[in-house]
Design a protein. Structure first.
Length: 403
């Protein structure tokens, strides 16, 4: 299969086995006609069979952190197959590595000097503001005195979080001067920002843009608890997709993506919906949302987002039907169980009682345990009440009163 101008698409996929559902990108690329070249530090015989069958070649390195070995892998691929047309991991952890390799090998996409725009929390705030989106007041903070001065202006509580970070890792809600003092008594080895606490629920704007920056797919998810609260207070992780996206959220998402100048990438934008109904920009992640949310795209909309993405990369086309709200056929909910709890219904009982609503279920990697749980269920129905009922049943613990 050929791309524009008759040039074969050589696609290098970094770490194609993690997260566990990402092998489907490689399967879809091969189906679309791409030459799929994998780089990873996992032994080849530990790759699943579908991933093996999709790869033209797999180059194993000792450690994905060893950039010289990644460079050598790309040099090998270039000598053997010609210029690399695309390189991606879809993983925020490797975003800088991806960008550096693109810059060195003249590969289209986010370049090394552009990564800061997509990872810096302060630059995210600036870009939200450029798009006309309200944000929480915030600034870099280096010591206790600066932090206390910020709190004199904006009050408590406040949030302290890494200036560059993933999810809610090392994020703190500070409720008093004493807690602020305790924070600074501990050693911290990264830059932090301080910002106002916003009371509201998280609503996301998730999807994919093409090479011209057009949104070819979008959806939204509403969270039962905030990620910070889930991690800090060991709460349940539950959220669901919407069948109709609020107009103001769609408009805020479009303006934000335009301000970032995003091209040919997935996006995961997070907003707070305040009690008065207004939106506040929280974070802009230029990657797919985490865990099995890509699979939620598919179950909610009866599409194959992996194949649609691959078709866009190789052929420049996407089955552009999703703007009709009627195409969002289902609500799809996520419920993540944690192994440190005793649940009223066993796994077998959940499947026996609610199996008609369970679209998928499987363990989560340990990396996700604090933020998403240890085992997840994807719950699908045309009625939100069904999703909510099953979610409640999944989370009910022994000794908990029936509701």
């Amino acid at each position: 299969m050929k791309k524009k101008g008759g040039i074969s698409v050589n696609f290098v996929f970094l770490s194609p086995y993690f997260p566990t559902n990402y092998y489907r990108f490689c399967v879809a690329l091969k189906r679309a006609g791409a030459n799929v070249l994998g780089i990873g530090d996992l032994p080849y015989d530990q790759l699943n069979n579908e991933l093996k069958a999709s790869l033209t070649e797999y180059y194993r390195v000792d450690d994905l952190h060893f950039f010289d070995q990644l460079r050598a892998a790309c040099e090998h691929f270039t000598r053997k197959y010609g210029p690399i047309n695309r390189l991606e991991s879809h993983n925020e952890y490797w975003m800088e590595t991806d960008a550096r390799l693109r810059s060195e090998f003249n590969i289209p996409g986010v370049q090394h000097g552009q990564v800061g725009l997509f990872k810096s929390k302060l630059r995210m705030k600036e870009t939200f503001a450029e798009a006309g989106i309200a944000v929480a007041a915030g600034t870099s903070v280096f010591n206790l005195e600066q932090s206390l001065q910020f709190c004199q202006t904006y009050g408590y509580p406040v949030i302290l979080k890494p200036e560059v970070g993933v999810g809610a890792v090392d994020t703190y809600k500070i409720d008093s001067p004493a807690e602020m003092e305790a924070f600074f008594e501990q050693p911290h080895h990264q830059a932090y920002i301080i910002e106002q606490f916003i009371d509201g629920r998280i609503e996301t704007f998730d999807g994919l843009v093409d090479a011209a920056g057009n949104i070819v797919f979008y959806t939204s998810h509403v969270y039962q608890n905030g990620i910070m609260e889930i991690v800090r207070d060991n709460l349940n992780a539950a959220f669901h997709s919407l069948r109709q996206i609020p107009d103001d959220l769609t408009e805020a998402g479009r303006r934000t993506l335009s301000a970032f100048g995003l091209r040919e990438r997935f996006f995961h934008l997070e907003f707070f919906r305040r009690p008065d109904g207004s939106l506040v920009g929280l974070e802009a992640n230029m990657r797919p949302p985490g865990g099995p949310i890509l699979d939620m795209f598919n179950f909610a909309n009866d599409i194959d987002i992996y194949q649609e993405w691959a078709n866009m990369i190789v052929h420049g086309r996407f089955a552009n039907h999703i703007y009709n709200p009627q195409c969002r056929k289902y609500f799809c909910g996520f419920a993540g169980r944690k192994f440190n709890r005793s649940y009223a219904l066993s796994h077998e009982a959940i499947l026996e009682r609610y199996g008609r609503f369970i679209a998928a279920h499987e363990p989560l990697p340990p990396l996700y345990s604090t933020s998403m749980g240890d085992y997840f269920y994807l719950i699908r129905s045309e009625a939100l009440s069904d999703v909510q009922e099953v979610t409640q049943a999944v989370f009910k613990t022994t000794g908990e009163a029936s509701v």
